[in-house]
Design a protein around this ligand. Structure first.
Ligand code: FCB
Length: 443
């Protein structure tokens, strides 16, 4: 059997990932405007530990040492996001040059260390000033996003290895606007579907605009995709799983790669279907240079609506109670290739877990669960690649423990432990494992 590291070609992209709101802190510095997550954290009960992103990992003030930390892992890529309200405090009107100064130092610091910079433009921290005008439900936000994307590209585009428009539009639409447990905390299926359409449209229009501006970096989007399977072989369960797959996956991948929304979800939505203007779908279906996939778990669906959660069934779960199911990643990637023959290069832009063994003991974190998780999921990527899926990279979520949205600081996804009282960073056993794996891969 070929050792795992030998199954990946030279040039494969190996990284770690973070996002602005989850690590930066410095919520009110250098002219940064308020984001919808700054606002949402103030809502009583919204965040499990009643915390917020004011300080987070204080990355904003620890940029140089965090860059050294990234370099010490031996990765060749770092995926981060740009906080729109740092760059344009209200999301409309004036830009704040100081905001991009920070990201320029980050990008140049990565370059100096030989690490590719992968920038995401929207990892959920929409300027509150735009939310006050209707946020992603308002079609004008689409155009504001395109302006912001062009502004970032004009300053940094020549040094980025990749630009991602949005991180996980499903989460923004569904958790943020239908279920309401993420910012901005709205609960309306009608609004959520309109939001998903505007996110996709702004992605397509941004790609068009950046290309017209002569963008040099590969352009794409990042989707959170699960492998969705029926609970049993009963036809009703199979049909329910198919519809769930349509809602969660094809609602995004069909317009992106085929230029239409899936008919089954459209029929189900009825009056809640989004308002789509002529030309929108053609704009959304811009060819992409790559697709980013965030994979954590699979979804098991039954027609009866019975709760098939893995914990209840005694299956292995992470500290988020998400089932650990690496084969689902292979299955998902092969499904994407089957459904979309012209699939561009695929990067796993997030994969990882929060685990119970994440505590610091005698100055160490022996996170064997995470090592097993990463090894098995990297193996799942290798199997997909062997079946012809155009895999190009893999990035661990996350570089370090950070603000895990509505779970606050209670869930730790890092391969580096963060002591929030002192901001001390301690690489976990998984960081050493990843470093050794990458050393072997480099040969
Ligand atoms: C993804 C998010 C990322 C992180 C992981 C655990 O949905 O993109 O920011 O919170 O989940």
């Amino acid at each position: 059997m070929t050792p795992l590291h030998r199954q990946f070609p030279p040039g494969f992209v190996w990284g770690v990932a973070t996002s602005s709101f989850q690590i930066e802190g410095a919520a009110h510095e250098d002219g940064k405007g308020e984001s919808i997550w700054d606002r949402f954290c103030r809502q009583p009960g919204a965040i499990a530990d009643a915390s917020n992103g004011d300080v987070a990992c204080d990355h904003f003030h620890r940029l140089e040492s965090d860059l050294d930390l990234i370099a010490s892992l031996g990765v060749n890529a770092y995926r981060f996001s740009i906080a729109w309200p740092r760059v344009q405090p209200q999301g409309h009107g004036e830009f704040n040059p100081k905001g991009l100064d920070f990201y320029e130092r980050l990008v140049d610091g990565l370059k100096a260390r030989g690490i590719q910079a992968w920038a995401t433009l929207n990892h959920w921290d929409l300027p509150q000033g735009l939310q006050d005008r209707g946020g992603w439900n308002d079609r004008d936000t689409v155009h504001r996003f395109v302006d912001y994307a062009r502004h970032v590209n004009a300053r940094l585009g020549d040094r980025l290895a990749g630009i991602t428009t949005h991180n996980e539009p499903w989460v923004i639409a569904t958790l943020g606007h239908d279920q309401g447990n993420f910012a901005p905390g709205i609960k309306s299926r009608k609004i959520a579907t309109q939001v998903s359409h505007h996110l996709l449209l702004s992605h397509g229009l941004a790609l068009q605009a950046l290309r017209a501006d002569g963008a040099k970096s590969p352009l794409g989007i990042v989707l959170n995709l699960a492998s969705t399977v029926p609970a049993t072989a009963m036809p009703a369960d199979i049909a329910a799983a198919d519809l769930a797959d349509s809602r969660g996956r094809r609602w995004y991948t069909d317009p992106l790669f085929k230029g239409h929304y899936p008919a089954d979800v459209m029929a189900e939505l009825g009056a809640d279907a989004p308002v789509v203007h002529d030309g929108d779908l053609a704009a959304i279906a811009q060819p992409m240079d790559y697709l980013g996939v965030n994979y954590y778990t699979r979804t098991v669906v039954s027609a009866s609506g019975e709760d098939w959660n893995a914990k209840g069934r005694g299956l292995p779960v992470s500290d988020m109670d998400w089932e650990i199911y690496p084969q689902g990643l292979t299955d998902l990637l092969c499904l994407l290739k089957r459904d979309y023959p012209g699939l561009p290069p695929v990067y796993i832009t997030e994969n990882g877990g929060a685990f119970k063994d994440d505590a610091l003991q005698h100055g160490r974190v022996q996170d064997d669960d995470r090592i097993a998780y990463l090894r098995e999921h990297i193996g799942a990527v290798a199997r997909a690649m062997a079946q012809g899926v155009p895999m190009a990279g893999y990035m661990v979520w996350s570089l370090m423990d950070n603000f895990e949205w509505s779970s606050g600081y209670l869930k730790r996804f890092g391969i580096v432990h963060v002591d929030y009282a002192t901001q001390a960073r301690t690489p976990k056993a998984s960081a050493a494992w990843y470093r050794a794996f990458l050393r072997d891969w480099r040969g």
